[in-house]
Design a protein around this ligand. Structure first.
Ligand code: PBG
Length: 327
């Protein structure tokens, strides 16, 4: 083996053209899914305080932002809805005229080239804030499945291109796949939030979605942050149930899980760079304590290097703009 002084690893780092040629990981707008929040009303673009740069959009404003994302080359958006009213059964989630269903219709009409992915969960719609319906003080897995399946079908009927179940109920991918098939939607893919941890990094999102559980927490259905082998079982089970794409969430503190999933499975792999990860960067950036742009690019590149094919990130638009400026 060659070693120093013949071996000089710095040779390939001297000039930018060669640095570019030997770069192993790339970042491009096509690697991103842009998550967005949609609310009832007109003309609304309300800043979400703990997530600077993110907004609650009414549908008319949402489509404008989606059009900007499309112009930047971002292929897909992921929608979260704020219902007019929350109730124990989370009924607006599967209402054919619910906020998400209407938002999907509007985007497919105004920005038809944009792929629309919908979150399939109940926590934004339930008054108790849990991801399923409650029976005897507990989240009832099997009773929730039927409602998740109904949610997915109404979203796809409205025009959603892909559904992404995030409730962490056992059997949710199968229930949704079966129901989509029964309704003639065999060709609509399912992206499973396969390995989703019970994470404090969702804090800002819960402020944004008003989805903080009113009692207890999500540890009876989301995963223990201490477990990585169990994540492989979750992913294997989503795949067995028919998931077309699998996800690890959050991303930054779970890069080992992303890497393991990449090595173990050949399915397309997504990673969710969640709200808390975003907010920390924004907060430190606003203080001038970090170089926000470089840190953001470094984090996202690292998530791709760990093995993610694409990244769900609130940074999607700004990063796509930066990448475009550099071209
Ligand atoms: C819920 C859902 C959550 C997120 C995406 N889908 C919140 C939760 O599980 O509490 C979090 C996303 C983020 O923090 O950016 N169905």
């Amino acid at each position: 083996m060659v070693s120093y002084p013949d071996l000089r690893l710095r040779r390939v780092r001297e000039h930018e053209p060669l640095r570019r040629m030997v770069r192993e990981t790339t970042l491009s707008p096509s690697n991103f899914i842009y998550p967005m929040f949609v609310t009832h009303g007109q003309g609304l673009r309300q800043p979400i305080e703990p997530m600077p740069g993110c907004f609650h959009f009414s549908i008319d404003q949402l489509v404008l932002d989606v059009a900007e994302a499309a112009a930047l080359g971002i292929p897909a958006v992921l929608l979260f809805g704020l219902p007019a009213e929350k109730d124990p059964m989370g009924t607006e989630g599967y209402d054919p005229e619910g906020i998400i269903q209407e938002a999907v219709r509007a985007i497919k009409k105004e920005v038809p080239g944009m792929m629309v992915i919908t979150d399939v969960c109940m926590c934004e719609y339930t008054d108790h804030g849990h991801c399923g319906i409650i029976d005897n003080g507990k989240v009832d897995n099997d009773a929730t499945l039927e409602l998740l399946a109904r949610t997915a079908v109404t979203q796809v009927q409205a025009g959603a291109d892909m559904v992404a179940p995030s409730a962490m109920m056992d059997g949710q991918v199968k229930a949704i796949r079966d129901s989509l098939n029964d309704h003639g939607y065999e060709d609509v893919p399912v992206m499973g939030y396969a390995a989703k941890y019970a994470s404090a990094f969702y804090g800002p999102f819960r402020v944004a979605a008003g989805s903080t559980p009113q009692f207890g927490d999500r540890r009876s259905y989301q995963m223990d942050p201490a477990n990585a082998r169990e994540a492989m079982r979750e992913i294997a089970s989503d795949i067995a149930e028919g998931a077309d794409i699998v996800m690890v969430k959050p991303a930054m503190s779970y890069m080992d899980v992303i890497r393991r999933a990449r090595e173990r499975f050949d399915h397309p792999l997504a990673a969710y760079n969640v709200s808390g990860e975003y907010s920390m960067v924004k907060a430190a950036g606003a203080q001038g304590w970090i170089d926000e742009k470089r840190i953001t690019l470094e984090i996202l590149t690292s998530i791709r290097r760990a093995g993610a094919d694409f990244i769900l990130s609130y940074h999607a638009k700004e990063v796509s703009q930066w990448l475009r400026d550099e071209e």
